[in-house]
Design a protein around this ligand. Structure first.
Ligand SMILES: C[S@@+](CC[C@H](N)C(=O)[O-])C[C@H]1O[C@@H](n2cnc3c(N)ncnc32)[C@H](O)[C@@H]1O
Length: 304
């Protein structure tokens, strides 16, 4: 049975999609959604990831791969650990957990991401579920990990309570998110948009993590859900990348909020944004024509 909330969400999504051109094979064919002022965060998120698995894995996932090791270490994932990888995306956390000998279940809200994770990690048990819904039994995991998913959830407090429910007593939770306000790698395209004079549209919903993406509130989120030792620390690294690749797989491929905004612009405006992007990206120049982008994230951990 389809729940009323999900049916309404699907109906709004169909309305959004009616106004979009179909996706093509390459990243140059853009979907340019507009949402209407009352779109809820979940509907926006489902549209954000729809059809983006390939672009995400060839762009942003190369940056988020850096925190996979610290995340799994924080959750004490080793051989035999029963792990839930929430918001698996293309499965990079699950792949490493499986390599460590863990027993992994992955989940993602997006069917395309779930299919990509299945293809990338043969034999992986991948479920489709929209957090905070977590259709898994109580106390069935030793570790729950989520690499950059909690910042995409409309009700993060309830999601963390659900993570507590599925953990056994003494089990570990580890979650990453981007530090707010956005900086470094996360801010490059938004700075270019600003320099090109493109206003921030008012129909894109504000994520709960605009407030929670700092060490104090992120640690507090875990403590409020019953993780008495919950705390968050900064993670810092440099993501080295070809600036043209970053432009193509991020901004032009409609990844993230800045990608959505770029996708709405006409070609002359996109050219203007690109000129600003090139100039701003040069601040991060390193050897061989590449750029080293500061990645500024947070890692929250807690024990059930
Ligand atoms: C930024 S990607 C992170 C993917 C992967 N964990 C990584 O490290 O690269 C966020 C993922 O979370 C998924 N997601 C977003 N909201 C979700 C929700 N409410 N429930 C489950 N998955 C969600 C998206 O479909 C996407 O695959």
């Amino acid at each position: 049975m389809v729940r009323p909330g999900l049916a309404a969400c699907a109906q709004r999504l169909r309305r959004i999609r009616r106004n979009r051109p179909p996706d093509g094979d390459g990243v140059a064919v853009l979907a340019a959604p507009t949402y209407g002022v009352s779109v809820d965060f979940d509907t926006y998120e489902r549209d954000l990831w729809d059809g983006r698995a390939d672009a995400y894995q060839s762009g942003f996932a190369r940056m988020t791969a850096w925190s996979v090791g610290p995340l799994l270490d924080a959750a004490a994932v080793t051989s035999g650990t029963r792990v839930l990888d929430a918001g698996t995306g293309p499965g990079i956390v699950s792949r490493e957990a499986v390599r460590r000998g863990a027993d992994v279940i992955a989940l993602d809200a997006d069917p395309g991401m779930a299919a990509t994770a299945r293809a990338n990690v043969p034999g992986l048990d991948v479920r489709e579920a929209i957090l905070p819904d977590l259709p898994l039994p109580d106390a069935s995991f030793d570790a729950v990990v989520g690499n950059f998913v909690i910042n995409h959830v409309s009700r993060p407090e309830e999601a963390v309570r659900q993570f507590a429910r599925v953990l056994r007593p003494g089990g570990k939770l580890a979650l990453t998110c981007w530090e707010m306000p956005p900086s470094g790698a996360l801010a490059l395209v938004s700075e270019a948009l600003e320099e090109a004079g493109v206003p921030v549209p008012d129909d894109i919903p504000t994520p709960p993590f605009a407030e929670l993406g700092q060490t104090g509130p992120f640690g507090g989120l875990l403590r409020d859900a019953g993780f008495a030792d919950g705390e968050a620390a900064r993670l810092r690294w440099l993501h080295e990348v070809d600036p043209e690749d970053w432009w193509t797989t991020g901004a032009l491929a409609r990844i993230g909020v800045n990608g959505v905004i770029v996708s709405r612009q006409d070609p002359p405006t996109v050219d203007k944004i690109k000129v600003a992007y090139d100039r701003l990206a040069a601040r991060y120049a390193t050897s061989g024509g590449r750029i080293a982008l500061p990645a500024n994230a947070l890692l929250a951990t807690g024990t059930r």
